[in-house]
Design a protein around this ligand. Structure first.
Ligand SMILES: *Cc1c(COP(=O)(O)O)cnc(C)c1O
Length: 377
């Protein structure tokens, strides 16, 4: 057995194991894992510092999961947007392909709580159906492997899928969404990197929610993927009591950049049944973006998005206060220090004069000078 499989098999999955490790009441947990499975890898167990901390809350079942009765199991209506099994086609040029229901850990706030943990990988016949659909749909240029976690597939199955996708001429990029590097770093082997390298461009978006997840082993696993030429992004879910704080989020994005991972999305928590105790207000996310933008590297600032209930897709939410006013003559802007600046719009061909307003006079002078400055470079 491969080393990482042995390590995965040593994860905490039963209420009793959890009681042995962390001293929680197994009775309380048992009822929950019957409904929504638990798995906590050794790496994640080792990262828990105390009961109720930010790592604990992501992976240890909470009775509130079963009390959340009214919410929808599939608020993003993914099941309705699935033309063939395991494939979700919501956007014009890209699709999601769910290749397994297994994950290294079962996040208590999972959007696909209705699916994850059930046994089984994408079967050969199902892969054939998905490939046939993609072959017919020449508008699809981007396929995102998701699940579950695609990196839990054995090497040969992952390679079978990548190889099949690369027989589709119009497919440009392949993406993999994974929480494996952060929770089962031993799975990132030289062999895996060799496989992935053959099918470039392959991008990965890795799931991280808290700076404590970026241990030296986890950073090393990310480094191996980066060395294999995989551009790495991070997806983070805004979670009450876990990372709903600008200081924690700033530490997270800095740790991500150190691990060669570019923060990509910050998600407002979905309305998924069994997860509503994790939701924050939308203002919390906006204030986190406000605390990052301009105050630290632009590279560190993710897009804050709400995956619209009812299947509207991801919609970006920006603090409204950057663009104070916009008309055909002028944009009035506020920077991160709350100072106001003016950007004049280009003049129309009818030769209308540029407005002369305060802070932009140097820019205006440059424009009127004719060559815009670029020719001098
Ligand atoms: C998130 C998502 C994508 C990818 O969206 P990007 O904004 O391109 O990262 C594609 N399909 C579905 C169904 C998604 O949920």
């Amino acid at each position: 057995m491969e080393e990482w499989r042995r390590i995965l098999a040593n994860s905490v999955v039963k209420a009793k194991d959890l009681a042995d490790h962390l001293g929680v009441d197994p009775k309380e947990i048992e009822a929950i894992v019957g409904e929504y499975p638990m798995r906590i890898t050794p790496t994640v167990m080792a990262t828990i510092k105390e009961k109720g901390d930010a790592i604990w809350r992501q992976v240890v079942p909470d009775p509130a999961e079963l009390e959340d009765e009214d919410a929808e199991a599939d608020p993003l209506v993914e099941d309705m947007m699935s033309p063939v099994p395991h494939l979700v086609h919501r956007y014009p040029d890209r699709v999601l392909l769910m290749v397994t229901n297994q994950c290294p850990i079962y996040c208590r706030f999972c959007t696909r709580k209705r699916l994850v943990g059930k046994p089984g990988f994408l079967k050969k016949g199902e892969l054939d159906l998905a490939i046939a659909y993609l072959r017919d749909h020449t508008e699809v240029r981007d396929v995102i492997l998701s699940g579950g976690d695609p990196l839990l597939l054995p090497d040969h199955l992952l390679e079978r899928i990548l190889k099949a996708l690369r027989t589709i001429p119009h497919l440009e990029i392949i993406r993999i969404g994974s929480r494996v590097p952060g929770t089962l770093p031993e799975r990132i082997t030289p062999k895996l990197c060799e496989i992935v390298k053959k099918y470039h461009p392959v991008y990965m978006n890795l799931h991280f929610n808290h700076p404590d997840e970026l241990t030296p082993e986890v950073k090393a696993a990310c480094g191996m993927l980066a060395d294999a030429g995989v551009p790495l992004g991070a997806q983070t879910v805004l979670l009450k009591g876990i990372n709903d704080d600008p200081e924690i989020m700033k530490r997270l994005v800095h740790q991500l950049l150190l691990a060669r991972v570019k923060p990509y999305y910050l998600y407002q928590a979905d309305l998924t049944k069994g997860t509503n105790h994790f939701r924050t207000t939308v203002e919390t996310g906006m204030s986190i973006i406000r605390a990052l933008q301009g105050h630290t590297s632009g590279m560190a600032v993710p897009h804050f998005v709400i995956d619209a209930p009812g299947g509207g897709g991801k919609i970006p939410v920006l603090p409204a206060d950057y663009l104070v006013h916009l008309d055909e003559d002028i944009a009035v802007l506020k920077n991160y220090e709350n100072k106001t600046f003016h950007y004049p719009q280009p003049t129309k061909s009818n030769g209308r004069e540029l407005p002369m307003v305060g802070a932009h006079s140097a820019l205006t002078a440059c424009r009127n000078g004719g060559n815009g400055g670029m020719d001098d470079l």
